[in-house]
Design a protein around this ligand. Structure first.
Ligand code: ATP
Length: 290
């Protein structure tokens, strides 16, 4: 095999809690994440020479060794002493710096895809462990589906897929730095999510329970510095969403909706003024094979 197409889906956080700041500088997290049907597409191709080449036409996405897809290929190549190179063409459909883990998902897709092209026969668990060296969300993205992520995001417990519903994503035209949001987070001031209640609701297939427990500790920080994001969340509630939450450090806000007609109303209402709007399905189910 010389060429492979791989999909890299976006994730949303159904809940995101920060427990404390660790002595190594990372935050100890507890997150429930799930993948949605909005995906980058990557074309991977073996090269006879030693290079890793990134082709990306998207603004703000580097086409050199800063790209997370590059880092993933380089990590495999160095770790397993691979002589051939790789060409990676990224068709970017996930908004960049949006709280949807687009870069991490690209890296995970490269780990899965190059594992096949280079015939490394690594398991998903082994790829997820390597992924943690690239970034905190990469391990989750290797598995996809729905999971509880702990530690700095790399300790993954799989969960069953949530009940099917629409996810309407709205990304305002602002950039939010994840690092700055964490810097301004005051753990004494926040209301922590009830992660156990969210996990129980998922196990029980309880859609209302999931809606009732959507919670993200980072919302308070992003809302303070970007009130627009809070207004967007309020509007999405008014337009008829079942429940609304900011994903990651934002600025993307997502709504869960079960009925088609409500989804359509919400989507149409948002399209009038929001920069990027998508109505997609939950993917929910985990990758079984690398
Ligand atoms: P997270 O939710 O994990 O914080 P995010 O969705 O907020 O991630 P990304 O879209 O992954 O953010 O991009 C964050 C930064 O990473 C971008 O500003 C970009 O310069 C850089 N980057 C590196 N590689 C990629 C990639 N393959 N796709 C997108 N951004 C990338």
């Amino acid at each position: 095999m010389l060429k492979l197409l791989v999909k890299a889906p976006a994730k949303i956080n159904l809940s995101l809690d920060v427990l404390y700041k660790r002595t190594d500088g990372y935050h100890e997290l507890e997150m429930v994440m799930t993948t949605v049907d909005l995906a980058d597409r990557l074309e991977l191709e073996l090269l006879n020479d030693d290079r890793i080449v990134i082709h990306s036409q998207t603004r703000f996405v580097p086409d050199d060794d800063r790209n997370l897809a590059y880092k993933a290929a380089k990590l495999l190549k160095d770790r397993f002493n691979i002589k051939s190179g790789a060409s990676i063409t990224i068709e970017k459909n996930i908004p960049v710096a949006a709280g949807l883990a687009g870069g991490s998902s690209d890296a995970a897709a490269v780990l899965r895809g190059m594992n096949k092209l280079w015939d490394l026969r690594l398991t998903l668990d082994e790829l997820a462990e390597l992924g943690a060296e690239i970034g905190s969300d990469v391990s989750f993205c290797v598995y996809g589906g729905t999971a509880l992520a702990k530690g700095r995001g790399e300790i993954i417990t799989p969960l069953p897929p949530p009940p099917n519903c629409w996810v309407v994503l709205a990304k305002p035209a602002i950039g939010v730095s994840t690092a700055e949001v964490y810097e301004h987070l005051n753990l004494n001031e926040v209301i922590h999510p009830n992660t156990k209640a969210m996990v129980d609701a998922i196990y029980q297939g309880d859609y209302r329970g999931i809606c009732a427990n959507l919670s993200n500790v980072l919302e308070s920080v992003t809302f303070k510095y970007f009130p627009k994001v809070k207004h967007l969340k309020d509007d999405m509630k008014r337009f008829g969403a079942d429940a609304v939450l900011m994903s990651g450090s934002g600025p993307t806000v997502f709504a869960l909706v079960q009925h088609d007609s409500r989804m359509q109303r919400l989507y149409n209402g948002l399209r009038g003024y929001c920069h990027q709007v998508y109505a997609v399905r939950l993917l929910g189910k985990r990758n079984e094979f690398s």
